[in-house]
Write a protein that binds this ligand. Structure first.
Ligand code: GLU
Length: 373
């Protein structure tokens, strides 16, 4: 377990989900103390942080004269009032520590549409490159599912799938996952670690109060999903002093969901065998050596000499040598047209050539399998 925890210190990119009960007082307004401490922690960390936050409905309800959120449209109205206020506080808290925050509002449909998904990912990466903190919430006013609480846990899981962080943290008002609901069972014990394949759902209660109906249930569901695709997840108490730094230092805070190695392998297996590649990327010998080296780098534009076939970002392609030998396959971050434009170029020229900022890698190492692997 030591090792699994200390692995977390290697994380470079982290998605942090903040629940309503952490960012706001249960019966009151925003928790300014929490937000100030959170902003300070983000500013002090070396890691790139992406925030997924709830709290819009809670703040909006307090501001509305009727204070009622008893229908879908009233909840959506409350979110429309509360979201700018929520963002204002985040932006101000971060500014105090010299950081810029950015708002991104998403619906689940945005994330199941591949062209939007690629745009979202590129925008988030462009913000991170500039040192900006992306702050994501559900776009509650257009969400057809109508602002169901607990949705943001799912949203955080989906954001993790897009942003590919090295760690996903849920900050909650509980110390972590317990064997039973600690609010009604004094025997409840904290579960320090959940191994891949272990049934964590048995502990997850659905409750959690009016404004966080997701409770542990939705969190565990999302945590299991992320760990299942190879991302470690920690659920911890957001009110702990320096909680982010301590988790990243490997301290045993909250519950760790150990990521599945097998899922990683299964994914690679799928890349290797399951689908017919849509095209080919021809690379020079330097690139072939870098990719087949045991440290395994990603495919950058500079080593690419030609593109064959028509493909879109997200498609599977063959990676071949100049004499046509396939030696790897992978999921490509750019369309064939785009790869043609950036082939041979340096990574820093990508945005200038394409007119938008994109991933540094044409194929990320995590999305690549070498022949014979
Ligand atoms: N998006 C909602 C809000 O900001 C919260 C949804 C949730 O708590 O899961 O108020």
């Amino acid at each position: 377990m030591m090792n699994e925890r200390s692995e977390l210190s290697k994380a470079r990119r982290v998605v942090v989900k903040i629940g309503t009960r952490v960012v706001a007082e249960p019966e009151g307004g925003l928790n300014h103390h929490f937000l100030d401490q959170f902003a300070r922690q983000i500013a002090e960390l070396e890691q790139q942080i992406v925030v997924v936050t709830s709290g819009a409905v809670h703040l909006g309800r307090r501001a509305l004269p009727l204070r009622r959120v008893d229908s879908v449209s009233r909840r959506q109205a409350a979110a429309a009032v509360g979201q700018p206020e929520l963002m204002r506080h985040y932006i101000e808290a971060l500014a105090k520590y010299g950081r810029i925050g950015a708002q991104i509002l998403l619906t689940t449909e945005d994330m199941s549409d591949r062209s939007r998904y690629v745009r979202i990912s590129n925008t988030v990466h462009a913000l991170l490159e500039e040192g900006v903190v992306p702050i994501i919430n559900e776009n509650d006013t257009v969400s057809v599912e109508g602002v169901t609480f607990g949705e943001n846990d799912k949203l955080a899981g989906m954001v993790a799938a897009i942003v590919r962080p090295d760690l996903l943290i849920f900050l909650s008002d509980q110390a972590g996952l317990f064997t039973a609901d600690p609010r009604d069972d004094p025997e409840a014990q904290l579960v320090p670690v959940v191994q891949p394949g272990e049934d964590a759902m048995q502990y997850a209660t659905t409750g959690g109060g009016d404004e966080s109906l997701g409770g542990m249930y939705k969190k565990v569901l999302a945590a299991r999903g992320a760990a299942g695709v190879g991302i470690p997840v920690v659920i911890a108490d957001g009110r702990e002093q320096d909680v982010l730094q301590r988790i990243l230092d490997g301290e045993e805070l909250g519950t760790l969901f150990v990521p599945s190695e097998r899922a990683m392998r299964a994914r690679k297996q799928w890349i290797a065998t399951a689908i017919e590649p849509a095209g080919e990327i021809v690379v020079d010998d330097g690139a072939r050596r870098a990719l087949t080296d045991k440290d395994g780098s990603s495919l950058l534009p500079v080593g690419i000499v030609a593109v064959e076939g028509r493909f879109e970002a997200g498609d599977l392609v063959r990676i071949v040598t100049e004499d046509g030998q396939e030696f790897a396959r992978g999921l490509v971050n750019y369309s064939g047209e785009e790869v043609k434009q950036i082939q041979g170029a340096h990574t820093r020229q990508i945005s200038k050539i394409l007119g938008h900022v994109g991933d540094e890698e044409v194929i990320h190492r995590d999305n690549m399998v070498l022949s014979g692997d």
